[in-house]
Design a protein around this ligand. Structure first.
Ligand SMILES: C[S@@+](CC[C@H](N)C(=O)[O-])C[C@H]1O[C@@H](n2cnc3c(N)ncnc32)[C@H](O)[C@@H]1O
Length: 183
């Protein structure tokens, strides 16, 4: 059963699941200190981010308390986990990078408004100059109202175009990493 507010029930994850994107983000923000993994599932993404960003504290957040409990075994002096409520995340805001990978993509009825509401909340958590990384979603951050407040950071990927999860829409693989403009 989906939790209220859940955008993606399945919690499949893995270590280093998106190497090209993590590498490009690390190159764009090598001295990032505070990173959020939104929809961290059982925590492997947080371990991966700790490797790519050696100076950063990583916060993993998920809406599913069962996977959060499993993630807790990866807690360390650099990685911690919190429940993904807006109130809790808002208190941690001002991140150098926010990652939202394979979260905003429910396979059922999933209007653009649902995606945009979460994407626009997440972008409020990014400090000016910080990165917003949204990948493996049903829709594109580049189609939201806040797109013009960001620049795209290129990603070197093996293919020149990929299909979004609807299996129809073509997207550029380097449309995942956005840097918030300073003003
Ligand atoms: C497929 S997993 C993705 C895990 C990891 N980010 C990755 O890409 O490997 C999707 C996760 O997003 C979580 N999720 C779904 N809706 C969420 C929401 N509104 N807030 C936080 N987490 C959410 C689910 O509980 C699940 O653990």
């Amino acid at each position: 059963m989906l939790h209220p507010g859940c955008h993606q029930g399945p919690n499949r994850t893995a270590l280093n699941r998106y190497p090209e994107i993590f590498a490009a983000a690390a190159a764009a923000a090598p001295s990032a200190r505070r990173i959020l993994s939104f929809g961290c599932s059982t925590g492997e993404e947080c371990i991966t981010l700790a490797d790519y960003f050696p100076e950063a504290q990583i916060i993993g957040a998920d809406i599913n308390p069962v996977v959060l409990l499993r993630a807790m075994k990866h807690r360390s002096n650099r990685i911690r986990f919190v429940y993904a409520s807006d109130g809790i995340l808002g208190r941690y805001g001002g991140f150098d990078a926010v990652f939202c990978m394979a979260v905003l993509r429910s396979t059922g009825h999933y209007p653009f408004d649902s995606f945009e509401e979460r994407a626009l909340f997440l972008e409020t958590l990014v400090r000016p100059g910080g990165l917003l990384v949204i990948h493996n979603s049903r829709y594109r951050f580049g189609d939201t109202a806040r797109r013009c407040s960001y620049e795209v950071i290129p990603v070197t990927a093996p293919r020149s175009s990929v299909l979004l999860p609807d299996g129809v829409t073509t997207a550029e693989p380097d449309g995942s990493i956005f840097r918030k403009l300073e003003s």
